[in-house]
Design a protein around this ligand. Sequence first.
Ligand code: ASP
Length: 449
Amino acid sequence: MVNAKTNGDGKMSLTAKVVIGLVAGIILGLAINIFGLNPAGGFVDTYITNGLFHVVGKMFVNALKMMVVPLVLFSLICGVCGIGDIKMLGRVGSKSFGLYLLTTAIAIALAIGVSALSGIGSGMNMVADVAFTGKDAPPLSQVLIDIIPNNPVSALSEGEMLQIIFFAILMGVCILMVGKPAKKVVELIEVLNEVMMKMVTVIMEIAPYAVFCLIAKAMASLGLALFAELIGYVVVLIGVLMIHLFVVLPTFLKVFTGLNIMTFMKKVRSMQVFAFSTASSNATIPVTLRTVTQRLGVKNSVGSFTVPFGATINMDGTAIMQGVATVFIANIYGVDLGIAGYLTVIVMAVLASIGTAGVPGVGLIMLSMVFAQVGLPLEGIGLILGVDRLLDMVRTAVNVTGDATVSCIVAKSEGKLDESVFNDPNAGAVFDVEIDHDAEKELASAAKD
Ligand code: ASP
């Protein structure tokens, strides 16, 4: 799949290729949709959008997901061992937890404010015709209990992120406590971590093509007409997401770190494209981790914790959707939630984001929990269901940008941000998949011994 010689100096950067894949995919997908080339069961549907594009896209997403668990496990154990100071671990944990909650709360408050001012949905008198049966998000007590796995192997096999984080941190701390005799274990895990990172780099080689397929398929099947009907909701939601992305998060970054916002924005671009095309912050973890550590200069001891933690508990974009959707549906049904109702929405949305993982469509599950709490009709969610796919993509890009922002802030405050890497435009941009043939022979003969 990977040509060892594909990446040379002076070739187009991966980011550029991925962006080209994205734009080309959008154009092709929209063309298929607009010209009606995609009737169910037809040639294009069977062999192209649900055939080739579906297979290539899914294979890529699976490859990314395949990396999440081993990468988080090994890099976090390395990270904890690298910190070498258990007090610092506590500080990194509490700072990132606080910042994640704060940014999420600001995001949803902003969303409620803007959408209340815009009055979206108040002139509409629609009756929901699509039934929505919401699944329950877990209660907070269960979330707390579930942080501790009763079987680490099943936590790993199920990809339970908070449980994996807990196990990895405890193991890292105990490796430190065992001290010298555990040195070999640390060395082994460090090498395994490096191998995992290399696997991510290799997988990324097919990213431009996979992004093209994922986007073309999504765009081809989106009911564009639906967007026109819900234009108020879509415009306000995307507007608030953009304010959060381009004003709130950069302000946080500038105030807490003084780092250059433009440099940050440029370096996170390809990570945002991955989040956008996969609609899953969890599947994007390998890319986020690589971006944060190799492009932005966050040391692995901080990034290995803040990135998977953020993918699980930090969902600014999703919280914004909850805020806008609540106001929109409340207005449609003529329900006045009042200040207390909106405060409940803020608290519920923040809590719900802690217990739910970053996978596609999870925002709708959280929304049903919020609606149930404030007494809005659940079938209201049916109204926005049809346009949720595209909005999910946009809010996931905002979610991962929040994770990267908080990672930089926490790293900077702990002296764990290498600014020479942050300021170097080429840091981590080159994907080195060259094979060193001498090393290859040496390893092969070592393995035979
Ligand atoms: N897809 C989002 C994420 O993975 C969650 C959501 O808003 O549905 O971050």
